[in-house]
Design a protein around this ligand. Structure first.
Ligand code: FMN
Length: 210
């Protein structure tokens, strides 16, 4: 499937076929494909918890205002944005850049300084934005890639973040921007037509905001 078709076909599916297995290989294929997403300085500040155990899906459903799709989907992905990724990944990113010839070894300190300036301190709002925006790009790639692989998805922010963190042992400093249910459309269900989208003229201007 080409990317235009995948974008057009992606929908938020409310009714998943319960009990339909999604193999570990398929999940891996999906999450690896999505990790080709761009990220600030290639720092990839995302983590994913794959919830596919039936009991754990029940636990997650309780944290997600009892949304049935959390239990019915083959798997639910807890997207985790990690503000500490700058400290964790910068060395690896810059090392690979040197190795591949993107930058010269003598430029390393300049890039470290730049990252410090751009992404703030670990507990800053700037750092939280950094983690959130990049993890959201990853999440979008997951949804498009899923469609390309013949899967359906549904992003959700209807959940209690503290409860999700507690139940899935996610450290306090991390952020959970969304859950993504993944699976197959329940048999016998057809989707309603896609709902309202803003007109081009209502959200696009050229060269200035207003
Ligand atoms: C970040 C995010 C959070 C969302 N949270 C929920 C949710 O908790 N429950 C739900 O039913 N739909 C949720 N949605 C789905 C939206 O309602 C849906 O994307 C929108 O209505 C457009 O429909 P479409 O995705 O089929 O084009 C969410 C979507 C996004 C992007």
């Amino acid at each position: 499937m080409d990317v235009i078709q995948a974008i057009k076909e992606r929908r938020s599916i409310n009714f998943f076929e319960p009990g339909k297995d999604l193999s570990d290989d398929k999940i891996r294929q999906l999450l690896e494909l999505a990790s080709l997403a761009p990220s600030s300085m290639n720092l990839q500040p995302w983590r994913v918890i794959v919830v596919n155990d039936p009991e754990r899906k029940k636990d997650l459903r309780k944290c997600a205002f009892d949304q049935p799709k959390v239990e019915e989907a083959s798997a639910v992905l807890i997207m985790v944005a990690d503000p500490r990724s700058v400290e964790e990944n910068l060395g690896k990113v810059l090392g690979s850049w040197v190795e591949l010839g993107y930058i010269k070894p003598e430029a390393l300190e300049t890039y470290k300084g730049l990252a410090g300036k751009l992404y703030g301190t670990e507990d800053s709002l700037t750092r939280r934005y950094f983690a959130l925006k990049n993890t959201s790009l990853y999440a979008m790639n997951v949804m498009i890639a899923a469609r390309g692989l013949g899967l359906e998805t549904h992003p959700m922010d209807g959940f209690d973040e503290d409860a999700v963190k507690k139940t899935f042992r996610i450290p306090e400093d991390k952020i959970v921007p969304m859950l993504i249910a993944v699976g197959y459309l329940k048999s016998g269900f057809t989707l309603l037509p896609r709902a309202y989208r803003k007109d081009f003229k209502d959200f696009v201007t050229f060269n200035t905001y207003g």
